[in-house]
Design a binder for this molecule. Structure first.
Ligand code: PGA
Length: 252
């Protein structure tokens, strides 16, 4: 399974940021990086990034989608629109969406369904808060989020899970590798229970303060199939350094 490194630009990036895509493309080519590289820019840049990425190994994704394909939902963007703009993936259920937009597991499940309807791979985010972890509830919270956010109809092959402890996002703090391994193993168990053999092939990304300095040790953890990277994905040099830290099967 190739390592997937997904950059989540969040609400950052004007057209000038396309220069970072060009630099990243050059760096990937020069270093023979074979990891799959996904950039999820703001929706305003999806088609421009897709055009810029061309035949390079960079693919493009959205950061959220509406559950419906079209309709009277001012300001929203459907999975079909993301696909039409050049996206192949969409992040759903990010903790910032859950927190600032009140997205419930049921709402997230509807978005996973929409993504798959449109032919996009859904990157489903789950993760515990610091309070949950302190109370020894991390595994239970993550399992409950998975249970509630994966719709009945989901196909395993276009589902990706991202474990993002809320307390590690944008804080510079990360769990220990043992804690990451424990949660990823637990997620794997839930996926195998749900999908059988196919559950073994679902990629589970780690996200939360991934940077060049910690990427190698995090990406080497068993059942970590890649990373979801926020701040460090905004700079091509940092994103490239993370790609170079990916395990050997992620390099050519
Ligand atoms: P961070 O964000 O890498 O800046 O911590 C990760 C994310 O929110 O996906």
């Amino acid at each position: 399974m190739r390592c997937l490194l997904a950059g989540n630009w969040k609400m950052n990036g004007l057209r000038a940021a396309l220069a970072e895509i060009r630099t990243l493309e050059r760096g990937l080519a020069e270093n023979g990086v074979a990891a799959e590289i996904l950039v999820c820019p703001p929706a305003t840049l999806i088609s421009a990034v897709a055009k810029e990425a061309g035949d390079s190994p960079i693919v493009v994704g959205g950061q959220d989608c509406h559950a419906e394909a079209s309709g009277a939902f001012t300001g929203d963007i459907s999975a079909e629109m993301l696909k039409d703009a050049g996206a192949s993936h969409v992040i759903v259920g990010h903790s910032e969406r859950r927190q600032y937009h009140g997205e419930t597991d049921a709402a997230v499940a509807a978005k996973v369904k929409a993504a798959q309807r449109a032919g996009l791979s859904a990157i489903l985010c789950v993760g515990e808060t610091e309070t949950d972890r302190g109370a020894g509830r991390a595994l239970a919270v993550v399992a409950a989020q998975l249970g509630g956010s994966i719709p009945e109809t989901t196909r395993a092959h276009d589902l990706i899970v991202a474990y993002e402890p809320v307390w590690a996002i944008g804080t510079g703090r990360t769990p220990t590798v043992a804690q990451i391994a424990e949660v990823h193993a637990s997620i794997r168990g839930v996926l195998v229970d749900r999908f059988g053999q196919e559950g073994k092939a679902i990629r589970i990304l780690y996200g939360g303060s991934v940077k060049p300095a910690n990427a190698a040790e995090i990406l080497a953890v068993r059942d970590v199939g890649g990373a979801l990277i926020g701040a460090a994905s905004l700079k091509a040099a940092d994103f490239l350094a993370i790609a170079l830290a990916a395990p050997l099967q992620g390099r050519s």
